[in-house]
Design a protein. Structure first.
Length: 180
């Protein structure tokens, strides 16, 4: 997992889960979307094609946003989606430094208005707040992906536990062993 900032030393929670299909990645996103609240910040990192934008579509669905409206904001930098919970979806892939991030208006979002999802957060680590959730995506071959989540701060540790509980992770490992 990419180092995002020196603040990451405050990590208080970690979970890993395997997604076996695009549908499973969407479902994981939707579950997180149902749990997010105003002011939440989720950073997404991983190589091209590992499922970050697909995951955001799932989050959008869970937040009451039409997932069909979600696309990679590489050219727009920041896209806003209205729903039960407003979502701000940023993509830092094309930005070189914090000054460019600042010029987009990124630092004015989301406040109490919605949740922020940021792809390629590792490109501009300074854009990360002190407390957040960071999800790394790794291609395991075929349609399988490993999602590794780190939570910084009490709010995000609780959110992580609700999203990927130890019971759910243990049940998934048990199912995987049964299939082997």
């Amino acid at each position: 997992m990419a180092q995002v900032s020196a603040r990451a030393k405050q990590i208080q929670g970690e979970r890993s889960i395997i997604s076996r299909s695009p549908a499973a990645t969407l479902a994981l996103g939707a579950k997180l979307g149902r749990l997010l609240g105003p002011g939440d910040f989720v950073g997404l990192v991983g190589e091209l094609g590992t499922g970050k934008t697909l995951f955001v579509r799932g989050v959008a669905e869970g937040a009451g946003v039409d997932p069909g409206r979600v696309s990679s904001p590489s050219f727009a930098i920041i896209s806003a989606y209205r729903g039960r919970l407003n979502l701000y979806h940023a993509d830092l892939f094309r930005l070189r430094d914090y000054d460019e991030v600042y010029a987009t208006g990124f630092t004015d979002l989301p406040g109490d208005d919605g949740a922020m999802l940021v792809e390629w957060l590792d490109r501009v680590p300074r854009a990360a707040p002190g407390q957040m959730m960071l999800v790394s995506f790794e291609n395991l071959g075929g349609q399988r992906r490993r999602l590794f989540a780190r939570a910084v701060g009490a709010r995000y540790c609780a959110l992580l536990e609700q999203w990927i509980s130890r019971r759910a992770a243990a049940a998934q490992r048990s199912r995987q062993r049964a299939r082997s």
